[in-house]
Design a protein around this ligand. Sequence first.
Ligand SMILES: [Zn+2]
Length: 113
Amino acid sequence: MANNMYAYKCTGCGELHHPKHYVCRKCGAREFEEILLEGEVTLVTYTKVYNLPEGYMKPYLAFGIVKFKNGLTVSGQIDAEVLSIGMKLIPTVGVIKEGIGKDYYGFIFKPLA
Ligand SMILES: [Zn+2]
């Protein structure tokens, strides 16, 4: 994988942040340690976005919030045929499309193989 995603762990209190914060939302410290985000995640909630811009080969894109084993929750695109709350997914990193001219790298969660 070309791109890895990290959580930012406060060296003061251990609170995990993602995306990166410059000041800990819990204790106000400014020092963080990078923690590689990997492994299975659990789908917490999701939403389907229809009416995609021209050029998409899919009827909709799914976006969701997932929880890592370390307790961190993050949002990302979900690339799965069937979606259900509580399902296990694997994080990958790719170009997320949320609209024309707004591509950026982010999480794309896929079902376990
Ligand atoms: Zn802190």
